[in-house]
Design a protein around this ligand. Structure first.
Ligand code: PEP
Ligand code: MG
Length: 873
């Protein structure tokens, strides 16, 4: 069958729907060509061919060679040139492009087709010998690097040496004869490194280059990038072979990159940079300083107008902001590439709202595809309070490459970042520039600072994609890797020192800076209103303080899905009573201690109910093993014993008796309430009294009492009896009632298997997927870190199952319990309150299972709202 797909001259074999087969770039080239954009002719080799190659020891599928020859002929006909021709040689670019964009991950070869003969022809044909030889030496360098794996430095050394000999500073100082000499020296570098002559046959060059692209799919850095970004299920990369057009044939030529709108702010204005008389890699490499794309209006007004028009057409056509590469060859504009532009969270929301306003898209499309859940995450990121920054602490200013504030200790290598970064030890990765090899360290770092590179540099693009703060191209600082320090001339910052970076403004600040809550603007609220128009699954929050509850409500939470009560016992005034309760030897003593706790609990619940007026609040009964409330160090034990007025020895014994081999599987959850019903009684009383009092004050309270860690219907039954009895008592005492529900966490695998029996009495289920994951995998939540990293590195797991719900395994249990529970009780409310409730992929799964709501931490509420809406669209 077809393994190549041609495009050019206003038509194409493929279209944009064929991303899986043609890769993003190939599908776009086909699409652009067929809507009449000026795309240089070419063809795309399918991802299936790459897959064949990588699964057949580097062999090509049958017939591919023939089809490629036909593809080359197709290009030759349109361009009126011939590969290797001594009159009008065709030069090709060979680029990778998978279905998902992977910036900088895969390799590109330009100027393919140049050899000793065609370089002469190119020189004659373009009347520019210098350009021809410059292209040739670039080709040898790139081909040597990408195809043969020769270190770029070897070529760099050769050019630097020649520049020294000639006494010139810039590459452009080399004249034609110098470049001819350089070509010979590059060939020598090539020969020395490979043991072969540089291949003169253009078809051989093409074959090698295609293989290099195929192989780069399985390169370490590509594999790593896919792993970090959770890119799965792709066949391979496509290969795009395309006629070269030149931005470096003179001063009526240029090359550039441009976003149709500002990717940082969302402003509706072309954003990008270009270089006159240059090739594409010059823009990215940052050797010459590019100009702002709007200046093109002055230098080449016609080409600028055309570019503007094409940008507009592309936005209309794709219904999204585009990221474009263009080249102007002798005054003629070519669009080389377009794709949906990466953008900041702020820009994503603004662009979505603006494009709806402009009538380019409808709000459904805006919700469905213009903003990603992680964009919102980014929008909610803390920012540095500019007013609080002492000017003398500013170490330098660079480009505001990716917004948000990050605070951490300076590290100068990605390895160091990967090794040392943790929650307690956040790091800022400081590099002259980053490359794809740095993605691991960039991912581990809190923020990224580079001294070189532009808004389209690797660091900027990758950080923006991840929503990670980044200041790029901060020329104010000089980095010294050897000494592990950087300086701005007056101050020197060493490895391990704290700095803060503000990716929104591009500032680098000495020391740890205070960060402040972000403000959400009108666009955000407009967008989130649309989100809720399309969302039909509820979003609640996990909160156990009035402050968190209030914040979550601002973020749009529709109730509390999990109020953990354990934190409430740690306050100064309560922990003592809690400990007295724990060490009680008789039921009376226990009740006595619990009576001290009751008013505190009641006050806590009242405050939370008040904040959540009108919305349901799910309160979970005490869950953790009791030893968590006791000291474990000798001195502390002695101090607490004194405080409690009990013998040291005796108290130590109690502490020891409470310690368990497997506390997570020990005396916790409903097992506490069953062995000490007084705890359940006190908590129920606090909840019901608080609710009734508020009701009497005119508030709307919907308490839901949740029993943790149920494994059998009998456990649930026994706790429900206690709860209902206390509730009745309170109603009688207060001569007022309130509606309440009693339900359970589903977090033990057994509970999912007997869910229909539990649902006979339970009014709701809430999946505690943290424990459910722990017990399904048998991975301790608290110890898994030790081996999960290896599992992920080795690809034994694709995701950390405590972060992204394991749909294949744990997901089955969720599905089963939901089905069984609902079969028994069709009114059963089902939700999730494990960490997965705020993870977009997991939210989508919950939607598919028909859950009534997801519950997540306050800051993830907007994320979950969007993920839920997108799941519905
Ligand atoms: C859970 O297990 O998923 C849960 C929400 O409870 P916790 O994290 O408190 O154990
Ligand atoms: Mg749990």
């Amino acid at each position: 069958g077809a393994q190549i797909y041609t495009f050019g001259s206003g038509s194409a074999d493929g279209d944009r729907s064929m991303k899986q087969l043609l890769g993003g770039k190939g599908a776009n080239l086909a699409e652009m060509s067929s809507i009449g954009l000026p795309v240089p002719a070419g063809f795309t080799i399918s991802t299936e061919a790459c897959h064949y190659y990588s699964t057949h020891d580097g062999k090509w599928p049958r017939g591919l060679k023939k089809q490629i020859k036909r593809g080359v002929k197709f290009i030759e006909e349109i361009m009126g040139t011939h590969l290797g021709d001594s009159e009008h040689p065709l030069l090709l670019s060979v680029r990778s492009g998978a279905a998902t964009s992977m910036p900088g991950m895969m390799d590109t070869v330009l100027n393919l087709g140049l050899n000793d003969k065609s370089v002469e022809a190119l020189s004659r044909h373009t009347d520019n010998e210098r350009f021809a030889y410059d292209s040739y030496r670039r080709f040898i360098d790139m081909f040597g690097g990408v195809v043969m794996g020769i270190a770029h430095e070897k070529f760099e050394r050769a050019i630097e040496k020649l520049k020294d000999e000639k006494g010139v500073e810039e590459d452009t100082g080399l004249d034609t004869e110098d470049l001819k000499e350089l070509v010979e020296r590059y060939k020598a570098v090539y020969r020395k490194a490979t043991g072969h002559m540089f291949p003169n046959d253009p078809f051989e060059q093409l074959e090698f280059a295609i293989n290099a692209v195929f192989s780069s799919w399985d390169s370490d850095r590509a594999v790593k990038y896919r792993k970090i970004n959770q890119i799965e299920g792709l066949l391979g990369t496509a290969v795009n072979v395309q006629a070269m057009v030149f931005g470096n044939m003179g001063n009526d030529c240029a090359t550039g990159v441009c976003f149709t709108r500002n990717p940082s702010t969302g402003e509706n204005k072309l954003y990008g940079e270009f270089l006159i008389n240059a090739q594409g890699e010059d823009v990215v490499a940052g050797i010459r300083t590019p100009k702002d794309v709007t200046e093109l209006k002055n230098t080449m007004p016609e080409a600028f107008d055309e570019l503007q028009e094409h940008c507009n057409r592309l936005e209309m056509h794709y219904g999204n902001m585009q990221d474009i590469e263009f080249t102007i060859q002798k005054g003629t504009l070519y669009i080389l590439q377009t794709r949906n532009g990466k953008r900041t969270g702020k820009a994503a929301v603004k662009i979505a709202v603006d494009m709806v306003d402009e009538g380019k898209i409808d709000n459904r499309k805006a919700v469905k595809s213009l903003v990603e859940p992680t964009h919102l995450d980014q929008l909610l990121h803390p920012q540095i309070d500019v007013d609080s920054v002492d000017k003398s602490k500013i170490l330098g200013t660079g480009l505001p490459a990716s917004p948000g504030a990050a605070v951490g200790r300076v590290v100068f290598s990605s390895e160091k970042a990967e090794e040392t970064a943790s929650e307690e030890n956040p790091v800022i990765l400081v590099r002259i520039e980053t490359s794809p090899e740095d993605v691991g360290g960039m991912s581990a770092a809190e923020g990224i600072l580079t001294s070189r590179g532009g808004m389209t540099s690797h660091a900027a693009v990758v950080a923006r994609g991840w929503g990670k703060p980044c200041v790029a191209g901060c020329g104010d600082i000089v980095i010294n890797y050897k000494k592990k320090q950087f300086t701005n001339g007056t101050k020197t910052i060493k490895e391990g020192d704290w700095i803060s970076i503000d990716g929104t403004r591009g500032t680098v600040i000495e020391g740890k800076k205070e960060v402040v809550k972000p403000e959400m603007d009108d666009d955000y609220y407009t967008f989130m209103n649309w989100v809720d128009e399309y969302r039909d699954m509820g979003v609640r929050t996990n909160a156990d303080s009035p402050e968190d509850s209030a914040r979550a409500r601002e973020f749009g939470a529709e109730g509390i899905g999990l109020c953990r009560t354990e934190h409430m016992f740690f306050g100064e005034d309560r922990i003592k009573a809690m400990r007295r309760m724990i060490i009680s030897e008789t039921d009376d003593e226990r009740r006595d201690a619990l009576m001290t706790l009751l008013p505190y609990q009641k006050k806590d619940f009242k405050e939370i109910f008040e904040v959540m007026d009108g919305l349901p609040v799910t309160i979970r009964l005490l869950d953790p093993p009791l030893h968590e409330f006791l000291p474990d160090e000798k001195e502390e034990i002695a101090r607490v014993a004194d405080e409690l007025g009990i013998d040291h020895q005796k108290f130590s014994e109690i502490v020891r008796s409470l310690s368990e081999f497997n506390p997570m599987l020990g005396h916790r959850g409903c097992r506490l309430g069953i062995t000490y019903p007084a705890i359940t009684e006190m908590q129920t009383r606090a909840i019901i009294e608080a609710a009734v009092e508020l009701k009497m004050e005119g508030k709307k309270v919907f308490p839901e009492i949740m029993v943790p860690l149920i494994g059998t219907p009998q456990e649930f039954h026994s706790q429900k009896l206690v709860i209902d009895e206390v509730a009745e008592e309170v109603f009688e005492e207060m001569e007022e009632t309130v509606e309440y529900k009693v339900g359970t966490m589903i977090e033990i695998p057994r509970a999912t298997l007997v869910a229909e029996k539990i649902a006979k009495e339970a009014e709701f289920f809430s999946f505690g997927t943290n424990d459910l994951t722990q017990m399904t995998f048998g991975y301790s939540r608290d110890d898994a870190g030790k081996f999960l990293k290896v599992y992920l590195d080795e690809g034994i797991l694709q995701n950390d199952p405590f972060q992204v719900l394991d749909i294949e395994g744990v997901g089955q249990l969720v599905e089963l319990a939901t089905k069984k529970g609902r079969e028994q009780n069709e009114k059963l409310k089902v939700g999730i309150c494990g960490e997965h409730g705020g993870d977009p992929k997991s939210v989508a799964f919950c939607y598919k299972q028909g859950l009534n709501y997801v519950s997540c931490s306050p800051f993830r509420v907007p994320v979950a709202r969007l993920a839920a809406a997108q799941a519905a669209l």
